[in-house]
Design a binder for this molecule. Structure first.
Ligand code: SAM
Length: 459
């Protein structure tokens, strides 16, 4: 490793619980890279993967280490949403959610700082199918990447929003769970990306800490009494970690208490406690765990859990026509469990239990994507959207054509592909049984409908 760890970082960490400078420096100097993925249990079993997987990530149901870094771009199952490439320490969010929330209940969860989607795809797998996940990203371009990853994940109970944290004050006491995976100074990722060391400074740590407080103060009114807040960073700095926990507990208006988690000793996660309020937090050091730097602390909002009823106000829902409903329903499996609405002229499909919530969110926030976009109804036919094809709710109405690796990679590059099929018309290209995208088979050619902006370039 050519870059040196910033000396101001090393001196500032002398008081941090569990910090072992020699081991920490050695681990960074080793250049060892750890790669891990988390499977999408709604789409894929470990045995279906082509990738060689190694040990399980100890605190995760679906996380696996890989023996080496493959080219994910050239793995069609990656594009199919069979797994998400995620750093192992941050998969611990699952354990925090399971320990602190009734995950079999229908919960309303907000992932406030969600792009590119690692924590959101994880939360979606852990929460019940009757739950609603609002996955928000304030930066517009990053919200587009988030929407793409959520689309590939395929679940119908996720809404992607592009709002400022304070916009959620329009939903007082609404959420059972809020995850704030805060923007931070990023020292926890120095081993993965040594060039980030050049941008690190104590001044930036201070600025991040102030921003973290602002974000939390802005969003916490939307957490219900008795609701759970998970706060995490990929920074080692106490100013962004334990001191934020102290701040949360000392702001009277916020009414928060800290929750202690159960940690297995062989996980080698360090439990820390904050200086002023003795709030428990959990530190992941790369010299102790097989993962990158990470911090997490969990809180509960004081007060008895009460659901505040909110109404969508006067705005009228945009409903699809009867004909649109009849056409779209044919393409949705278990269609009696789903409702349809129109969003920006498109028919969207989502769990019926979320109908009221969907109207509320539509009237109060900027929805980048909601549920599953079904497509456009032209006369009595549906021109299916790629979102429907990637979803876990599509019925077998369109035939599926399994192709080999070379063909699927050409399809993903949006090149011409050759498919032998007697029947002409719409087909879903599949690989290892997983939907990849749409094609129209014509007598003398195949039209490739893979989204242009997602295609593989230069590989
Ligand atoms: N949770 C994500 C995941 O697991 O894939 C990573 C989130 S990253 C650590 C922090 C996110 O916060 C970034 O996407 C960033 O754009 C966003 N962000 C930056 N400034 C923000 C602000 N003032 N309020 C809310 N989010 C912000």
């Amino acid at each position: 490793m050519s870059q040196q760890l910033p000396s101001a970082l090393l001196s500032s960490l002398q008081t941090a619980k569990g910090f072992d400078e020699a081991a920490f420096v050695r681990t960074h100097a080793s250049g060892e890279q750890i790669v891990s993925i988390r499977l999408n249990p709604a789409k894929c079993e470990p045995a279906q993967l082509e990738l060689a997987v190694g040990d399980k990530v100890p605190w995760s149901s679906n996380g696996y280490y890989l023996p080496a870094r493959p080219s994910f771009t050239l793995d069609p199952m990656f594009h199919a949403g069979a797994y998400y490439v995620q750093e192992a320490s941050s998969m611990f969010i699952e354990e925090a959610v399971r320990q602190c929330c009734a995950v079999s209940e229908p919960l309303k969860a907000l992932d406030l700082c969600a792009a590119p989607g690692g924590k959101s795809t994880l939360l979606q797998s852990v929460l019940s199918a009757e739950s609603l996940l609002v996955s928000n990203e304030v930066i517009k371009t990053r919200a587009a990447i988030l929407a793409e990853n959520i689309t590939k994940w395929g679940a119908p109970n996720v809404v992607v929003t592009n709002n400022d944290p304070k916009d959620f004050q329009r939903l007082p006491g609404f959420f059972d769970l809020i995850v704030v995976d805060a923007p931070c100074s990023g020292s926890g990722l120095f081993r993965k990306d040594p060039s980030a060391m050049e941008e690190w400074s104590l001044n930036n740590v201070e600025l991040c800490s102030q921003r973290q407080q602002r974000i939390l103060a802005d969003v916490l009114p939307s957490l219900k009494d008795g609701g759970v807040l998970i706060y995490s960073t990929c920074s080692y700095s106490e100013k962004e970690d334990e001191e934020i926990a102290d701040w949360l507990l000392s702001e009277e208006g916020l009414q928060m208490e800290n929750i202690r988690l159960q940690i297995k000793p062989d996980w080698n996660i360090v439990e820390s406690s904050s200086k002023n309020k003795t709030a428990y937090g959990y530190r992941f050091y790369p010299d102790k765990v097989k993962g990158e730097g990470f911090f997490i602390a969990v809180f509960r909002k004081l007060g008895a859990a009460v659901t505040q009823k909110q109404s969508a106000g006067k705005s009228k829902p945009l409903l699809p026509t009867k004909q649109e409903v009849a056409v779209v329903q044919k393409y949705v499996s278990d269609d009696e469990m789903f409702s349809l609405l129109k969003l920006k002229d498109e028919v969207i499909v989502f769990p019926s239990v979320q109908f009221e919530n969907m109207l509320l969110l539509q009237s109060l926030l900027y929805l980048k994507k909601a549920g599953i976009k079904a497509g456009t109804v032209i006369r009595d036919e549906l021109v299916p959207d790629h979102e429907l094809v990637m979803s876990t709710i599509m019925s077998g109405t369109i035939r599926r054509v399994e192709v080999d690796k070379e063909t699927v990679l050409d399809y993903l590059r949006r090149k011409d592909v050759h498919i032998e099929a007697e029947k002409k018309g719409w087909a879903i290209i599949t690989y290892h049984g997983l939907n990849i995208g749409l094609a129209k088979i014509l007598p003398n050619r195949v039209n490739n409908y893979y989204p242009r902006e997602w295609r593989i370039i230069n590989k």
